[in-house]
Design a protein around this ligand. Sequence first.
Ligand code: ADP
Ligand code: F6P
Length: 322
Amino acid sequence: MSEIKTIGVLTSGGDAPGMNAAIRAVVRTAVEYGKRVVGIKKGYSGLLNYEYEEMGKRSVSEIIGKGGTILYTARCDEFLTEEGQQKGAEACRNLGIDALVVIGGDGSFKGAKALSKLGVNVVGIPGTIDLDVSSTDYTIGFDTAVNTAMSAIDKIRDTSTSHERCSVIEVMGRSAGYIALWCGIANGAEDILLPEYYDGNEQAIIDHIIRNRHRGKKHHIIINAEGIGGSVEMAQRIEAATGLETRATILGYMQRGGSPTCRDRVYASLMGAKAVDVLCAEGKENRIIAFQHGEVMDYDMDEALAMTKTVSDFEYRIAQIL
Ligand code: ADP
Ligand code: F6P
């Protein structure tokens, strides 16, 4: 294995609070090792278009508390093609990048794997508010996103109770219900609809609302994951069936922004530093950084991408009881 002189870093897919902390840690740790750092802008799209900047310790000053990503991010359809991936590998060689750190979700990791098969040494750091990366218990941004959503739902609950209404609140999570489940538990929702479990039985929700009203409950919060969607129509159907005023709120992109929580800042920093350690101190190739059993660790990329995970049955069952 040849010595790493230059490390590239990019953020890809949906942005997540804490990505800046990870970039900062990658840059500062790499500089500490005496490496050159190239920041690629706009994910794989910027790699294909040679949009990059040289980075040093000062270029990441005062970003740890900022949401979003200073490197910008993008979804890049061209990179889904073999030609796009080859162009990406060639761009890494032309820019003198000996190893590339990709901060993103499972889609971005598939792109990382494609690059690794073309001879680029890539290390992935899990960054997505959705928590749906199989090889890790923690992904950068989830903690901030669930706290943002939780606070918003608390506020909706206040007004919903005052008006004795039902509320359908849609939270993010295209194909994973982790945000919905965590908010369901944290906000004490009456119903939690997850793509992993929901069978489309709206009558069961309606019956639940009516039972609760007879027991004297003043509100009924239904947390609906984006992957199920259709919250506005659902609220209309519930109102028609129960005769109770029902409102829909789609929390949307507010969940992806904002200053990262302490946990997101610290774990993102540890993961960023670990990615560089893995490359520069441990001499490893093609790894995925993870947080498992209370520790930051790394997996072989193929092994990590072959893993699967789903919402915990225990957590879901407890959410129903509580
Ligand atoms: P996330 O990384 O947050 O899951 P996406 O699924 O949108 O977000 O993936 C981000 C980008 O990663 C895509 O726009 C594409 O450029 C790249 N990507 C996704 N899937 C693949 C794939 N199967 N092969 C190569 N690149 C991929
Ligand atoms: O980052 C993950 C995510 O927020 C999903 O929960 C959501 O479905 C998706 O990104 C939305 O992405 P876009 O920015 O393309 O609308």
